[in-house]
Design a protein around this ligand. Structure first.
Ligand code: THU
Length: 139
């Protein structure tokens, strides 16, 4: 992916991370999703006292974007780490988020996991969710 665009996505993921609501795990995640038409939608993890009602940063971004009328996405940047500190590791998306991303992903959808703008890894979603189950199977 283009270096400037990737840098912007990582910055927006780090910015979104600041809004994470994480009183239980203290693990703050931010995501920035790039729509097919070039819009960037941010998301953060939102925890809940029930634990099970917690929403991941990636799904917050996808659901926010879909609710605004977007349906196709090109890439997502994700940054996670302990609240109040710079990310020290790459934050890979959980299985449920991989499945949700696949639902709305364009061909060659990229997943960027980043500690900062200089330190990141880029994957194709197909590498992270090979042989995934999709709508094509039930239509
Ligand atoms: N989390 C995310 O936001 N995204 C993921 O893909 C993995 C986990 C959040 C959920 C919870 O608030 C915290 O990280 C610890 O699991």
């Amino acid at each position: 992916m283009d270096k400037l665009l990737r840098g912007e996505l990582i910055c927006k993921a780090l910015e979104a991370r600041e809004h994470a609501y994480v009183p239980y795990s203290h693990y703050a995640v931010g995501a920035a999703l790039l729509s097919a038409d070039g819009q960037v939608i941010q998301g953060c993890n939102i925890e809940n006292a029930s634990y099970g009602a917690t929403n991941c940063a990636e799904r917050t971004a996808v659901f926010q974007a879909v609710a605004q009328g977007m349906r196709k996405f090109r890439a997502i940047a994700i940054s996670g780490g302990m609240e109040g500190r710079q990310p020290e590791d790459y934050a890979y998306p959980c299985g449920i988020c991989r499945q949700v991303l696949q639902e709305f992903a364009e061909e060659n959808f990229k997943v960027i996991v980043a500690k900062n703008v200089e330190d990141f890894q880029e994957y194709d979603l197909k590498e992270l969710l090979p042989l995934g189950f999709g709508g094509g199977s039930i239509r």
